[in-house]
Design a protein around this ligand. Sequence first.
Ligand SMILES: NC(=O)c1ccc[n+]([C@@H]2O[C@H](COP(=O)([O-])OP(=O)(O)OC[C@H]3O[C@@H](n4cnc5c(N)ncnc54)[C@H](OP(=O)(O)O)[C@@H]3O)[C@@H](O)[C@H]2O)c1
Length: 243
Amino acid sequence: MTVLGDQHVVVIGGSSGMGLAIARAAAAAGARVTIAGRGETKLARAVAQAGSRATYRRLDITDEVAVAAFFEATEAIDHLVVTAHASSAVTGAIDTLANMTVASARTFMETKFWGPFVAAKYGQHKLQPQGSIIFFSGAAGVRKLLPHHAAIGATNGAVEALARQLAREIAPKRVNVIAAGLVRTPAYDGLSAEVRDRMYADYAKTALVGRVGRPEDIAQAALYLMSNTYVTGQVHEIDGGRP
Ligand SMILES: NC(=O)c1ccc[n+]([C@@H]2O[C@H](COP(=O)([O-])OP(=O)(O)OC[C@H]3O[C@@H](n4cnc5c(N)ncnc54)[C@H](OP(=O)(O)O)[C@@H]3O)[C@@H](O)[C@H]2O)c1
């Protein structure tokens, strides 16, 4: 088991899904965890699950002034994880380019790309020299298998490119990206049960391990990236062997 000692882990987006699993795993590994997000009820529930080593702070990652103030008021950070995203189901970012409104694509990118961009801009000053940042992208950044993912693919690609450049810029502090496969999280709560189940079943059929991901699969990978000080500037595909 990975041991994080008394390290401080900040998870923006930690009130749900993979961020919550990472917050729980980091707290179980001994870290002090700050969970950030917008919804207070979700945050309080997340802290209750992560245990006494976790606290929460409200933050909208699309608000640059708030992000700057958040880090200004934050003690030294060992690991900064950003899982915040605006659900593509809500933003309408999954569509053909011809049909999609530019506003939908911008709304998606505002959280998923500019969020990590701004968080890293202000958060890097609080990172310990051995510290690390973990961003989240997704398969559409490099693969052509998903239909109607132009905006999402472009956003993921931008996140990955940012991480590679930043890894050089702030070294020896480390920067990595997790490109998750399909993982069962509340991100898909907006879909009908029928559509969601079909999506999961189709993925399980093609993934080499024969199943959809669990948030805990991703948390395990995140803990590895926090603790292995020889890994930086990389995109890690944790996807059950998607073809
Ligand atoms: N699930 C998948 O299959 C999958 C696959 C590939 C990649 N990914 C990527 O993996 C990451 C995590 O996904 P997930 O499925 O675990 O997400 P999720 O369960 O939908 O959780 C998203 C989190 O982000 C927070 N958030 C949303 N907007 C925010 C904002 N403006 N400021 C601060 N926090 C905000 C949410 O809380 P509030 O709404 O209360 O703020 C929530 O805690 C995302 O980048 C996603 O695109 C997911």
